[in-house]
Design a protein around this ligand. Structure first.
Ligand code: PHE
Length: 456
């Protein structure tokens, strides 16, 4: 058995693209994108978001995939191989740590989704029209300690099972079936939302840019969202790239992943914002948009229960293909660097992540202390998901761009991309974006996020 057979490899190019798109498409697209767009001026945000995907996300994704394929390693191993004995390895460690922590809080929200899938199926939201009632339901739900802990544990175990099955048997098979299903469900949902009476105002908000709404906050919100949504900055794409074959065309694969991810986010906007307008709700409803406002919309429309089930099932599926990719980072690190068996790596990471997830799960009302931390004045979930979310992903992406652009050097990366006669058509543009545009703009995102969190 060769080394690469032992580590596992993608069964086909389509399988790789579907799995990577599955990583990118998650709560970030369906839960976060519509409400951030709603808070940041709608169409104008969407426009800037698209620019960020193209000029920052796409080049950093190429950089991560190339690093992974060249070294066939996890983030720590990849950087150690290319810059042995240097402090650059700590960038890899940051990636692994970020993966651990994001996994723990992400599974809390994914657990809520499972809880809401059950609630919707059980008819808890039938004949509900008043958003304040659904708000109470959400508060009661999120502050019931045993329910949220159980749901989080459920989601962690589910992810652990898929990752344990290995690259080809687990992740790829799962993505192959689930991703196309996700697309179909979302299109159906968007069609239903757009045809609701009163939805057109939401469509105008979403599609007609009001340039007077552009400010630095909108630009930075779009950038932060792009990094999170494309799964960049913690080595997910380094790890996924390490299972790629030399024959694969990295820029083309990255372009497909960016297109799928952005397409799903835009579709989610079509499913949610027109419905919000139709119900006379606020676009800037915030993170509770899905959990509080949508059940009331479903409650108010004929057959709404089915749309509710479809929506929460869809979000749960999308979240699973993302948590699988997040967990894969620390697991690949342990398998490669610590020479652990995959089974042991999965068991240990899931157990540690579960312990970490408990305070995050209890921070939405279940524990008085965790819901309002002394000194910080914020809840534990907000603190941990900001630090190990936009902040650490921005730092990670920044260093990955600098590492590939300046330390490993663009010419070596290009050699890897162009191996086996692949033509890198946009090579010069990538050179410029990875060395200059991406690091500079990501620095601004990082400073802004830091400032906003601690002094805002
Ligand atoms: N991109 C995923 C989402 O949108 C989240 C994620 C972030 C996954 C970082 C992997 C790495 O939900």
């Amino acid at each position: 058995m060769t080394a690469s057979q032992e580590r596992g490899a993608w069964g086909s190019r389509v399988g790789f693209i579907l799995a990577s798109a599955g990583s990118a498409i998650g709560l970030g697209n369906i839960w976060r994108f519509p409400y951030i767009a709603g808070e940041n001026g709608g169409a104008v945000f969407v426009l800037i978001y698209l620019l960020c995907v193209f000029f920052i996300g796409f080049p950093v994704m190429i950089a991560e995939l190339t690093l992974g394929r060249n070294t066939e390693k996890n983030p720590v191993g990849a950087i150690k191989t290319l810059a042995p004995g240097s402090s650059w390895k700590y960038v890899g460690s940051l990636c692994v740590l970020t993966g651990f922590v994001i996994f723990s809080w992400y599974c809390v929200v994914a657990g809520w989704v499972v809880g809401y899938l059950y609630k919707t199926a059980a008819g808890h939201f039938s004949n509900l029209e008043d958003p304040s009632v659904t708000e109470t339901i959400f508060i009661n739900f999120a502050s019931d300690p045993w329910t949220v802990i159980f749901l989080t544990l459920f989601f962690i175990s589910l992810t652990g099972y898929v990752v344990f099955r290995g690259v080809k048997g687990g992740i790829e098979k799962c993505s192959r079936i689930l991703m196309p299903l996700l697309l179909v469900l979302l299109v159906l949902l968007a069609v239903r939302a757009i045809t609701l009476p009163g939805a057109s105002e939401g469509l105008v908000f979403y599609l007609k840019p009001d340039f007077s709404k552009i400010d630095i906050n909108v630009i930075l919100a779009a950038m932060g969202q792009a990094l999170f949504s494309l799964s960049l900055g913690m080595g997910t794409m380094i790890t996924y790239g390490s299972y790629l074959s030399k024959k694969d065309n990295i820029p083309t694969s990255a372009a497909w992943v960016c297109t799928f991810d952005t397409g799903i986010a835009i579709l989610a906007g079509f499913a949610i914002l027109p419905a919000v307008a139709a119900m006379g709700l606020e676009y800037g409803e915030g993170p509770g948009l899905i959990f509080q406002a949508l059940p009331s919309i479903f409650g108010a429309m004929p057959g709404g229960q089915w749309f509710g089930i479809g929506l929460f099932l869809l979000i749960g599926i999308a979240a699973l293909t993302s948590t699988v990719s997040i967990l894969e980072v620390p697991v690949a690190y342990m398998v490669d660097e610590k020479k652990w068996l995959r089974k042991k790596a999965v068991l240990v990471t899931c157990s540690v992540a579960f312990i970490l997830s408990v305070p995050a799960a209890l921070a939405s009302g279940a524990s008085e202390f965790l819901s309002n931390l002394p000194i910080l004045g914020k809840d534990f979930f907000t603190v941990i998901s900001t630090l190990f979310g936009p902040i650490s992903l921005a730092i990670g992406s920044l260093f990955i761009a600098i590492f590939v652009g300046w330390r490993w050097t663009v010419s070596k990366a290009k050699e890897e991309i162009e191996s086996e006669n692949v033509r890198f058509v946009i090579g010069n543009l990538w050179n410029f974006t990875i060395k200059f545009i991406a690091p500079v703009t990501i620095t601004i995102v990082f400073i802004y996020t830091f400032w906003n969190t601690f002094f805002g």
